[in-house]
Design a binder for this molecule. Structure first.
Ligand SMILES: [Zn+2]
Ligand SMILES: [Zn+2]
Length: 314
């Protein structure tokens, strides 16, 4: 395939898909992750293990056990080094950490699907709680997996970041989505699903969710997961959708682990904007953006999304 400039479905984002440029699709260096079990504050027996804000335990969802050594499956704690806080009007917001498992060496991709479905339920519960605060305008739930993706602790965890500030590119995206709806009478992402579900970039589809590599993937092996129903945020997913989502999450992250790729995932959602169709982006961190990317904003991706989808499907 010759290089090709591609534009995002709706945003002014461009990428040059350039498969001949570099490494073969699956030839990516393996990262070495060293275990830090003895110094991990996410382990219940660590002296500085934090008290939980919200827990999922054998008994169900909600209050954390009073005794912090008591067993839990998923625990939400305050971020110890927050960039935004509720008492700072100059950088207002709230940050939480979701410890995804009590087991230090448990890898995300190996968690049972039911456990990941429970994690999605915890994300939803925190989203509902945090957005009770009227000042919060934006909430992003994300995961940094591996040092190459910004993680500083190895123990499987994700984060919630909520502020009173909506990033401008999301306002722009929201306006473009609304314009598209006026012109075409439909949600742009519902149309994207229709387009991608029978094409070469499809990874997986069942009755509830779809996963595909986006046409203008900025990251190699970038993948999106979307609910088939038009939903604007994670709190609206039902049990079946959560379980289907969890299966896809496992499928994708197992494939990434196999080629040693660190990744981020994040839920793209603007709460209270029904025109939005929410989704998760999984963005592996296989290449370091260099001069072209930093200087021009145009990204060069050496793995075509068609090849990436084939890898995920295989
Ligand atoms: Zn740990
Ligand atoms: Zn939609």
């Amino acid at each position: 395939m010759k290089s090709e400039i591609r534009k995002d479905y709706i945003q002014e984002k461009y990428v040059i898909i350039a498969p001949q440029r570099g490494r073969r699709p699956h030839d990516v260096a393996l990262n070495n992750h060293h275990s830090q079990a003895k110094t991990c504050p996410f382990d219940s027996d660590h002296p500085k293990h934090p008290n939980g804000i919200y827990c999922f335990t054998e008994k169900g969802y909600g209050v954390c056990p009073a005794d912090k050594n008591q067993s839990w499956k998923i625990k939400v704690v305050s971020n110890k080094y927050p960039a935004v806080t509720l008492d700072n009007p100059k950088a207002y917001g709230q940050q939480e950490v979701v410890i995804e498992t009590a087991q230090h060496n448990q890898k995300f991709e190996d968690l049972p699907a039911e456990h990941i479905a429970d994690l999605l339920k915890v994300y939803a519960a925190r989203t509902i709680e945090i957005t009770k605060n009227d000042k919060i305008e934006y909430i992003i739930i994300f995961k940094n997996q591996g040092t190459g993706a910004g993680a500083s602790l190895e123990h499987s965890h994700s984060q919630i970041f909520a502020t009173d500030f909506i990033p401008p590119h999301l306002i722009d995206k929201s306006q473009r989505t609304q314009r598209y709806k006026l012109e075409h009478g439909a949600c742009v992402y519902c149309d994207v699903i229709n387009k991608e579900q029978n094409g070469p970039r499809l990874i997986y589809k069942d009755s509830y969710v779809i996963a595909f590599c986006p046409y203008a993937s900025l990251h190699n092996y970038e993948a999106w997961i979307m609910p088939l129903r038009h939903l604007d945020n994670i709190t609206l997913l039902n049990d079946q959708e959560r379980l289907a989502w969890a299966e896809v999450f496992k499928k994708l992250t197992k494939k990434l682990a196999k080629i040693g790729l660190d990744y981020n995932y994040y839920f793209h959602q603007v709460v209270n904007d029904e025109d939005q169709h929410f989704y998760v982006k999984v963005t592996p961190r296989g290449s370091i953006w260099a001069g072209v990317e930093i200087g021009s904003g145009v990204v060069i991706n050496p793995v075509s999304p068609e090849d990436a989808a084939e890898y995920y499907r295989g």
